[in-house]
Design a binder for this molecule. Structure first.
Ligand code: KIV
Length: 264
């Protein structure tokens, strides 16, 4: 992809592989953008990796607005997509429109919502209003209570059929891309081949049009890295070491040193 601002229209079938990552604040949005990702998702995973919640259900629209503003302020070249949190679109197109508009006004260039054909009418309404939408099928973390945990989806023939149908329904409703989360690689491949919009996968193998990971898993800042994620750095270790050194230097009166303060 050329080194210019990414728009939803840049994400086309066959144009990948597209690289996506989450970010939730200004400094990390700046860094991941500089590293050259194509898309930044202000994911509701922030509830777990930033706010310490057990799942994403406690994330509010106000949380998403605040974090989207911070990411957008970094003025990334990457496309900025914000997640619609739990119960901000399930209640129907009118609520979805009002809530998506708040995320767009906060700086998002598209919104993402979880679910398949059952939300196609909501997607259609948003798209008709000029709000680009990214779909999200497979494991939908906002359904964690009903699913009984963060479990792989698509292992049965029936589930596989539903995933293909969901992808087609979302495509027909106008999504510009579809996230596929935690499904068998062969199923993600079949879904990818059955729609003409790019699929962006997490924990769903290599046969997709792009990949997305949670930043805290990539850099080693999350408490538990899922088996499908790859940790490329150990930032937790570096923070620990830096702050331990600071603690030790203050207690030893080694900090602040002469160069860190001024006298009148
Ligand atoms: O919230 C999030 O980070 C996500 C990704 C896992 C796709 O939805």
């Amino acid at each position: 992809m050329p080194d210019k601002k990414r728009r939803v229209t840049d994400f086309v079938k066959g144009g990948g592989p597209y690289v996506w990552v989450t970010a939730y604040d200004y400094p990390t949005a700046k860094l991941v953008d500089e590293a050259g990702v194509d898309g930044i998702l202000v994911g509701d995973s922030l509830g777990m990796v930033v706010l310490g919640l057990p799942n994403t259900l406690g994330v509010t629209l106000a949380d998403m607005v605040r974090h989207t503003q911070a990411v957008a302020r970094a003025a990334p070249k990457a496309l900025v997509v914000a997640d619609m949190p739990f119960m901000t679109y399930e209640t129907g197109p009118r609520d979805a429109l009002r809530n998506a508009a708040r995320l767009i006004r906060a700086g998002a260039e598209a919104v993402k919502l979880e679910g398949g054909s059952e939300y196609a009418h909501v997607v259609e309404k948003l798209v008709k209003a000029g709000i680009p939408v990214m779909g999200h099928i497979g494991l939908n973390p906002q359904r964690v209570l009903a699913l009984g945990g963060f479990k792989m989806v698509g292992k049965t023939e029936e589930q596989k059929k539903k995933l293909v149908e969901d992808a087609k329904a979302l495509r027909d409703a106008g999504v510009f891309a579809i996230v596929i989360e935690f499904v068998p690689a062969s199923v993600a491949k079949e879904v990818t081949q059955s729609v003409d919009v790019p699929t962006i996968c997490i924990g769903a193998g290599p046969h997709c049009d792009g990949q997305i990971l949670v930043l805290h898993d990539v850099v080693g800042l999350s408490e538990r890295t899922p088996s499908f994620a790859k940790r490329y750095a150990n930032v937790a270790e570096q923070i620990l070491s830096a702050v331990r050194q600071y603690v030790q230097e203050v207690r030893a009166r080694a900090f602040p040193a002469k160069e860190h303060y001024r006298d009148v």
